[in-house]
Every structure is written in C-alpha cells, then in structure tokens.
Ligand binder design. Structure first.
Ligand code: HEC
Length: 174
C-alpha cells in the first residue's frame, strides 16, 4: 500500500475512534451527570512548566540545534531554528513574568536582542565568522542571566562536537 493511502486510512481510523470516544464521554453517568462536569476545579488545574523545565525542553536544544545547522551551512534551517528559539524565549517570559523580583522578559531582551539581530544577518549573508561571533555573544548572554538570577551553577558553552542525532542537518527536503 502506498504511504499516502496508509496515512489516509490511519486518519480515517483516528477520526472514527475519536468520534466513538466523544460519544462515550458525553454519556451520562449513573447519577445522571456528565462526568467531566463532576471534576472539582482543583483537579483541572493547568500544568505550568518551571523555568528550568522550559530551559532544558525549549531553549537548550534549540541553542544546540542552531549551532549544528550553521556548522553544516544549512542556513535555511538555521534561520528556522533562530525563529523558534526567539519564540521559545518569548513564551518563557510570558509564562514566568518575574523571578527574584526581576522582569524575565526584560532580562531576556537585554541579553538576547543584539545577538539575535546579528545572528539573523549572519545567517542571511551566510557569514560563518559573523555567525560564530554572534553565537558566542548569545552564549555569554545565557550565562549572564544565569549569574544575575543566582543560577551561576548552570554554565552554557559553545558546543564542541556534533552529538549523535536522529536528524539530518545537512540538507532540506525539496
Ligand atoms: C532570563 C534569564 C535567562 C536567560 C536569558 C537564559 N536562562 Fe537558562 N536559566 C535561567 C534560570 C533562572 C534558570 C534556573 C531555573 C531554576 O532552576 O529554577 C536557568 C536554567 C537553565 C538550565 C538548567 C535547567 C536544568 O533543569 O538543569 C539550562 C540548561 C539553561 N538554563 C540553558 C540556557 C541557555 C542555553 C540559554 C541561552 C540560549 C539560557 N539558558 C538563557 C534563566 C535564563
């Protein structure tokens, strides 16, 4: 079977399952109430990842991936990952507006604005040396924020070698 056919069948199956699930969820319980409405508010509280959760899940991998892309001169992917890194910092600042009485968004801006602008122009002009300098500045920015917020124990550096990875950084699919 062709991959696309399989995907279509899979999508149809998923739709059928979720339709069935929707019916089950909407069925009244023996008490005559719909289950979801019985949950007390506290049990539906949202999970807010901490700053450190976000650092290792959304910031650190993109910092590394951006470097990797530039090493491979995959400038299209570098531009894409730079945009994602900026977005991740923005969401972090929105989720955690302050830390130790300091404004997180303001700190992010102060340490990343200039390197981000320089990275964008280095990527656009495919300028290795410009990229290296701006990337080093960004990495210094990571560390200045850690020191300023009493987390100097977290030391970020420029990656030294490619780690084993499941992603091909050398090319983009057509
Ligand atoms: C706005 C300030 C700020 C900036 C900018 C910043 N960090 Fe952080 N980072 C923190 C704080 C605060 C913590 C510690 C959070 C905690 O443990 O409660 C942290 C922790 C970390 C950790 C450790 C997380 C863990 O659970 O082990 C890593 C890794 C990290 N940052 C990576 C980075 C990288 C990479 C950059 C730059 C691209 C960066 N950070 C920029 C504030 C910042």
């Amino acid at each position: 079977m062709k991959i696309l056919d399989r995907l279509h069948r899979l999508a149809a199956a998923v739709l059928a399952i979720s339709a069935a699930a929707a019916v089950v969820v909407a069925l009244p319980t023996p008490h005559g109430d719909v289950r979801a409405q019985e949950l007390p508010k506290s049990q539906t509280a949202q999970y807010l990842p901490s700053i450190s959760d976000m650092m290792i899940a959304t910031i650190q991998p993109r910092h590394r991936r951006l470097w990797r892309a530039a090493q491979q001169k995959n400038w299209a992917f570098a531009a894409y990952e730079l945009g994602n890194l900026k977005g991740a910092f923005k969401r972090l600042g929105q989720a955690h507006p302050s830390e130790h009485d300091m404004s997180v968004p303001a700190m992010i801006t102060s340490v990343t604005d200039q390197p981000f602008t320089e990275l964008a122009s280095a990527i656009q002009s495919k300028d290795d040396a410009g990229f290296d300098k701006a990337y080093a500045d960004l990495t210094d920015g990571c560390n200045s924020c850690h020191q300023a917020l009493n987390h100097g124990v977290v030391v970020i550096r420029i990656p030294r070698e490619a780690s084993t990875s499941d992603q091909d950084f050398t090319q983009a699919s057509p």
